[in-house]
Design a protein around this ligand. Structure first.
Ligand SMILES: CC(C)(COP(=O)(O)OP(=O)(O)OC[C@H]1O[C@@H](n2cnc3c(N)ncnc32)[C@H](O)[C@@H]1OP(=O)(O)O)[C@@H](O)C(=O)NCCC(=O)NCCS
Length: 127
């Protein structure tokens, strides 16, 4: 399936919210998505396919030199195809361009898939 990565826009809100509800264990107020993306638009990314939004990453600048991944999700039908990696790589580029020297994130310890994903991503990025 052909996908492309672009910035989040207000028109994506309903689809991103729906994907978040289907993939993340936490429940968020829809307003939080708009408020995160408007505070640092470059740090909010979506992956779109001909069938709609398939993945997103929302991040924030938490200091002039630090950014944070707040939410990352890939639709189950597109997992293990490199989409999460693509989003993290782009987020690092965007963060670096914004002057970030440290990127933080939080993962629940029972979320083995995400732990494995971030560990593998970090070790590949540092080689
Ligand atoms: C975690 C998540 C974002 C990974 O996205 P993805 O697009 O599937 O990841 P990638 O295809 O880029 O995977 C890269 C590597 O990460 C590891 N990985 C990814 N998903 C994994 C899983 N379910 N189990 C074990 N390792 C996994 C693998 O090493 C994988 O490489 P491989 O497929 O060649 O073995 C996705 O599983 C997801 O959206 N999960 C639900 C939401 C979530 O938990 N978000 C994170 C909250 S902190």
């Amino acid at each position: 399936m052909k996908v492309y990565l672009r910035g989040f826009s207000e028109a994506d809100l309903a689809n991103v919210y729906d994907l978040a509800c289907r993939t993340l264990s936490e429940r968020y107020d829809p307003g939080i998505f708009t408020s995160i993306s408007s505070s640092w638009p470059e740090g909010s990314l979506v992956v779109e396919s001909p069938h709609g939004i398939k993945a997103f990453l929302l991040g924030a600048m938490t200091s002039p030199v630090q950014s944070r991944v707040l939410m990352l999700a890939v639709s189950p039908d597109l997992q293990r195809k490199g989409v999460g990696t693509m989003l993290m790589n782009r987020f690092m580029e965007v963060s670096s361009r914004s002057g970030t020297r440290v990127v933080t994130l939080e993962v629940r310890k029972h979320n083995r898939a995400a732990l494995n994903f971030y560990q593998n991503w970090a070790s590949a990025a540092s080689t």
